[in-house]
Design a protein around this ligand. Structure first.
Ligand SMILES: Nc1nc2c(ncn2[C@@H]2O[C@H](COP(=O)(O)OP(=O)(O)OP(=O)(O)O)[C@@H](O)[C@H]2O)c(=O)[nH]1
Length: 382
């Protein structure tokens, strides 16, 4: 991204003009506001409001705008809205599917298991429904304390959603991991849609026999084959998921892509860049901590104000935490070459996400056995 004109953004506070004083971070509407929004929606077309609202001369329409100039979409009486959760064993294609459904990159993607360490939500906006997607870490048999905490997190999420999408790859035999999950979710109240992912990787016959095998695995509300990579059947899946949501006005403003806290998103982008090319050497031993994010324009809460010589760049300081010195050497690379590459790649991702120019400062630290140390885990936010 180039130029200063793009600095107004959805991910940041509503600070599109320098003179408006300290801005608030993006706020999500309270229940009361949602109810008010529902009434106020009558007669307001989606095109009346939206991101442009903060750019115009006059104030954005107060009845529907929030702090970020976002708005609750108008909705027919038959509108449905609710929470859907994608589950499945590691590498089943959940993050890629989340991104395909939402239409933009919200979750870390990787060709190695268990890279999604946080619930990442994306919102699918449709004319008839709004699906709030919860992408969970892969469900698996716990081997470490981290594994156990991840499973607890998944279960906590599942008790509170309207529909569950159980992802099973088309190109892998159904195994004990899938049966473990199938047994686990059989008890839940929410309907389960079985999603056969990566349908593009197999031929028609193999797909048909996988669909049959999936059918025999449990009692599903629906079975839908999809290819997130090719964007095939994504709308069909969205239709099916939407059909299981309760009648409700929209829960989120239009244009809201993810409600992940900014720092978690930044951490995921850095982790993705850091794992690129070295996933075998650094399987699950890498943690990423966002130490500090400062806005030189002084509009972000906690900001220290202008940084000399920084221009308008967001100042982002991030620690990469590994378990052993040998892993630290891998991350840094010869003469710091790898760390530099990580920095460049991560910075691009963060700039795209924040829609701001960014100065990214990376530090590599060793914290021995952090995965099995409750104190270290707590510090890392697990
Ligand atoms: N060919 C093909 N590959 C896919 C598709 N969806 C996902 N993949 C690949 O499968 C791998 C795993 O995908 P992810 O979306 O990271 O899987 P996940 O279930 O979120 O993985 P965890 O975060 O480990 O739980 C990646 O290499 C993806 O590129 C698809 O529709 N077609």
């Amino acid at each position: 991204m180039t130029g200063q004109s793009t600095e107004n953004d959805n991910a940041e506070p509503a600070d599109s003009t320098e003179s408006t004083g300290p801005a608030e971070p993006i706020r999500f509407p309270s229940d009361a506001e949602l109810m008010a929004g529902e009434n106020a929606l009558t007669g307001i077309r989606p095109t009346d409001v939206g991101a442009e609202g903060t750019d115009g001369e006059g104030p954005a329409p107060e009845t529907t705008g929030d702090a970020a100039g976002l708005s609750l979409p108008a909705c027919p009486e038959s509108f449905r809205a609710g929470f859907a959760c994608l589950i499945g064993r590691p590498n089943a294609g959940k993050s890629t599917l989340t991104n395909a459904l939402v239409g933009t990159k919200v979750a870390i993607m990787s060709d190695r298991p268990q890279t999604t360490r946080h619930n990442v939500r994306g919102v699918v906006h449709r004319g008839d429904a709004q699906i709030v997607l919860v992408d969970t870490p892969g469900m698996h048999r716990p081997r470490t304390l981290l594994g156990k905490r991840l499973n607890d997190l998944v279960r906590e999420t599942l008790t509170d959603v309207d529909v569950i999408a159980f992802c099973i790859p088309a190109n892998e035999r159904i195994g004990p991991g899938d049966r473990f999950i199938a047994r686990d979710i059989a008890e839940l109240r929410a309907p389960v849609v079985a999603v056969v992912t990566k349908a593009d990787t197999v031929g028609r016959e193999a797909l048909a026999s996988q669909l049959l095998a999936v059918d025999q695995l449990g009692d599903w509300a629906d079975i839908v084959p999809v290819s997130a990579a090719r964007g095939e059947q994504i709308d069909v899946l969205a239709d099916v998921l939407a059909g299981h949501l309760p009648p409700s006005p929209p829960l989120y403003p239009t244009g809201e892509i993810t409600d992940e806290p900014r720092d978690i998103m930044i951490a995921e982008l850095v982790r993705e860049a850091a794992l690129e090319g070295v996933r075998d050497e650094l399987p699950h031993s890498l943690a990423v901590i966002v130490d500090e994010v400062m806005d030189p324009r002084g509009t972000t809460p906690g900001s220290l104000g202008p940084v000399k010589g920084a221009g308008n760049r967001m100042q982002v300081r991030v620690s990469l935490v590994v378990e052993r010195d040998s892993q630290k050497a891998i991350v840094i690379g010869k003469g710091g070459a790898r760390l530099k590459e990580i920095g460049v790649r991560a910075r691009r991702g963060i700039e795209d996400y924040l829609r701001r120019k960014v100065y990214l400062d990376l530090h590599v630290r060793t914290a021995k056995d952090w995965q099995s140390d409750p104190k270290a885990l707590a510090k890392l936010g697990f």
